[in-house]
Design a protein around this ligand. Sequence first.
Ligand code: FAD
Ligand code: DHB
Length: 386
Amino acid sequence: MRTQVGIIGAGPAGLLLAHLLHRAGIDSVILERQSRVHIESRIRAGLLEQGSVDTLTEAGLGERLHREGLKHDGLELRFAGGNQRIDLFGLTGKRVTIYGQQESVKDMVAARLDSGRPLLFEVSDVALHDIAGEAPRITFTHEGRAQELRCDVVAGCDGFHGPSRAAMPPEVLRVYERVYPFAWLGILAEAKPISHELIYARHEDGFALATMRSERLSRLYVQCAPEEDVANWPDDRIWEALHTRLGRVNEGPVIQKGITAMRSFVAEPMRHGRLFLAGDAAHIVPPTGAKGMNLAVADVRVLARALTIFFREGDERLMDGYSATCLSRIWKVQRFSWWMTAMLHRFSEDDPFEHRVQTAELDYVCGSEAARRTLAEQYVGLPFDE
Ligand code: FAD
Ligand code: DHB
């Protein structure tokens, strides 16, 4: 099999890249390890920056997103027994939208299948070859048959644990990492959200977040120990922690429960030869700033444009600038995600100094228009710098 761009991974990064390339007349093949049902039901991120919504809309993927997505003009910070609203729209003129990642994935899978171009599910043994040269190959097994995909470019969109980053020679790859001493326990519950906006809470017991998927579905998170076993968190314990940290929340049947580890991670550079990494394959942010999927979208915008110019005109300049262009945004978003995480979580068991400094920082952010604007313009998403 031969194509122009071999895409490994059908998460938001791989699917959006395939879609943008198809609209530019560029052929691709997507190889995905999981089944369609699996990727369409995996509950992950939920918040889209205005720029991500605009990107999906311009790409013709916005119809259901605009119908079902919940537009938010502000958010609440809850700490020291009080509650402060950050007026995102008033401060920036931009909004954020709640729309489950798996819903975007469904829209993009449907668009891909409509295009008639290949999206292979349940592939195994994916391996990259000859990435340093101009004729890279991907070998894999599909429906019991060993196959080879020859391409001009490989896009590694295979998430944090995929084979693409590992295929880069260790001597060219630099990794920057921070692992946090806590995790998030997240639930999806059939319960009316307590507020129509998101609430981020800093409490002596730890962080909590109240978000939603619809007017009848709450998505709730509590900070927990890093190696926590979900079995240690029966529903009663979760509701009690949520009531303590957020104030009263509406209870209802818990229909999903899971633990998300917290890390900051950046791999540099994001390109080696004809292999380009995008999304979680190259970087991970702690979820406090809601940036994971938005960064994947931002990378793919830059990559789709660079590849379009390359295939149309043979001009490699944007490809050469891909890594630096993406990393400039990624490090700003890393800093923001780290800052939000540091301000809102409990790091140590017993450190009254830390608690007071965090309260002072939250107080300052809420009391200063300049600080509220700083938070707001990063939360709604920095402008694309292309
Ligand atoms: P992914 O969505 O990970 O997609 C990568 C794809 O590659 C997957 O479909 C995978 O199956 C496939 N793949 C992997 N290995 C192979 C292989 N060998 N061969 C073929 N295919 C392969 N962000 C937030 O902002 N808020 C959240 O609440 C939040 N929750 C999260 C919860 C979890 C459990 C996880 C893992 C992530 C969460 N994120 C969250 C982060 C966000 O979901 C990611 O940043 C986003 O999915 C990145 O998209 P991606 O396409 O780069 O990677
Ligand atoms: C959601 C997740 C986040 O990590 C966040 O900061 C905001 C919203 C969500 O799942 O809706």
